[in-house]
Design a protein around this ligand. Structure first.
Ligand code: BG6
Length: 493
């Protein structure tokens, strides 16, 4: 059955940072796809705002180049592409300065009160200033929303500052804080898995679950983002937001509905239930690493310091593994092991729910070693789910056992193009649906839990442990989980 596309109201979307990587690589392709699927009409406008001296024409050329590069040729229809580009206009403005707004202002003369989305694809340091200027220019209407990219700050204090500054202009209901992992189809599928099926939810607790693993591996290094990344590191860039959000969806109680606040209330409880790490525990419960030269996918690659630039030194981690604990009745004594890193052997996001051993075996020992059930949820690539079970080895000769898998490949089952996370999220901002965006208190609670780790790392003289590009991080990451008598999901190493 074809998916029903529900058109959204006409809108103007102003994207600050329009010449940046995020806009060209993600936002424009996402908007193109939604337009090609007729989710919005030719009455809509995408107003690309940046400091460069460009015209509508020269920006459209750049946008066209980006679309040809980042949209699959099979999805690029020439006429639709040209019509889409005709909806894109360029406004030269430095969002952080008080003057020079005439061009952008002019675009709104007589625009009425239709939906306005201000997308800040800029450095977070500018969020406050851009919002203040938008207000001073009288551009913020009742029907306006602001969209903020992560990272919201680099610690709790700076996050609060940004939240306050933006909050002076836009109410919480008008503020959409993006964590693009929440827009991924398979991440939303975690909600379907847990709350549209009866069989898992009854088992989703410490009675039968031994532990949970979340792995988000990337094969890329820091690429051209060294300046940003070196001030951030894997803990701030990935764990504070994406991995903790995944963990919230896995660990939360059933929400009373999918209304934005109902869902976010439940996620917030998980974040607040995370046991804070004491300073002296951080060395034991976390591992940080930094890649050195190695080989990924058969290609020799440089180490992190070289990627940053000749002669650079850095204490920034490109890998983190940690053990977290959610202190609720549901999850008492069920550790959550999280790991993420750059230059790992595979680009993969995966959740492993490891069930406990059966209480007693009635099978003779020689029948086979009984492996506890394991549910592996593949978020990307090769999206799907596998449930490991013990079965009877078919054939005569006694009751021997062997492991087998119930295997669903979403890719094969639904043979559709998986929309990019931004497609869903951008349309949600127009619709005014904040369910998949982070509320202020979630961002703060996540920082509160992360801060002691950052603090402890700063205090110690230890550098991040080196790991060869193409490996699964420092060996200490293996020790972190093996110390508890467990192992990382073996297919990933
Ligand atoms: C971003 C991080 O939020 O997520 C990047 O800043 C990372 O460092 C990216 O590469 C991963 O997202 P995806 O969608 O490619 O899994």
């Amino acid at each position: 059955m074809p998916t029903a596309i529900i058109p959204v109201a006409d809108f103007d979307m102003v994207v600050f940072g329009a010449t940046g990587d995020l806009t060209l690589r993600k936002l424009l392709p996402a908007l193109y796809h939604r337009f090609a699927d007729r989710q919005f009409s030719t009455e809509c406008r995408v107003i690309a705002a940046a400091r460069s001296d460009l015209t509508d024409e020269s920006y459209r050329k750049r946008a066209e180049g980006a679309l040809r590069e980042h949209v699959a040729a099979a999805d690029l229809a020439e006429q639709i592409l040209q019509t889409f580009l005709s909806l894109v206009v360029y406004a030269r403005v430095d969002g952080s300065k008080e003057d020079g707004w005439e061009q952008l202002d002019g675009l709104f003369d007589g625009a009425g009160d239709r939906v306005r989305v201000f997308y800040l694809a800029t450095s977070p340091d500018l969020y406050g200033a851009v919002c203040r200027n938008l207000q001073q220019q009288g551009l913020v209407t009742e029907n306006s929303r602001v969209v903020l990219e992560k990272p919201i700050g680099h610690d709790l204090a700076s996050a609060r500052q940004i939240i306050e500054d933006v909050g002076r202009v836009f109410s919480e209901n008008q503020t959409y804080r993006i964590d693009h992992f929440l827009g991924k189809e398979t991440v939303q599928n975690l909600l379907a898995l847990r709350f549209a099926n009866v069989i898992f939810e009854r088992l989703w607790n410490a009675d039968v679950i031994d532990h949970v693993q979340i792995t988000v591996g990337e094969t890329v290094g820091v690429e051209s983002r060294g300046d940003y990344y070196d001030h951030s590191g894997a803990l701030r860039d990935m764990v504070q937001n994406h991995l903790l959000q995944l963990m919230c969806l896995l660990a939360m109680e059933p929400p009373i509905s999918l209304a934005a606040d109902a869902l976010r209330d439940e996620k917030l409880k998980v974040l607040r239930a995370l046991r804070p790490m004491a300073l002296h525990e951080v060395g034991h419960l976390t591992v940080r690493g930094q890649y050195v030269a190695g080989a990924v996918g058969g290609k020799t690659v440089d180490g992190y310091l070289r990627d940053l630039g000749e002669g650079r030194s850095s204490e920034t981690e490109t890998f983190v593994a940690l053990k977290a604990e959610v202190r609720t009745w549901r999850w008492a004594n069920v550790p959550f092991y999280l790991r993420t890193g750059k230059r790992l052997p595979q680009k993969v996001s995966e959740v492993v729910i490891q069930f406990r051993d059966i209480p007693i075996s009635v099978f003779p020992r020689e029948a086979a070693e009984i492996q506890p059930n394991r549910l592996v949820i593949r978020l990307q690539p090769e999206e799907g789910m596998r449930l490991g079970m013990m079965t009877k080895d078919p054939g005569p000769g006694g009751l021997r056992l062997r492991p087998a898998e119930l295997d669903i490949s979403f890719e094969k089952a639904f043979s559709l193009r998986y929309p990019d996370a931004y497609e869903r999220l951008l349309m949600d901002t127009v619709r005014g649906n904040a369910t998949l965006f982070m509320r202020r208190d979630e961002v703060e609670a996540a920082w509160m839990w992360i801060e002691p780790i950052l603090h402890a790392w700063r205090e110690t003289a230890e550098r991040p442990r080196p790991y060869a590009a193409g490996s699964w991080g420092p060996t200490a990451s293996i020790a972190l989980i093996e110390r508890d008598g467990r192992t990382w999901h073996e297919e990933l190493g």
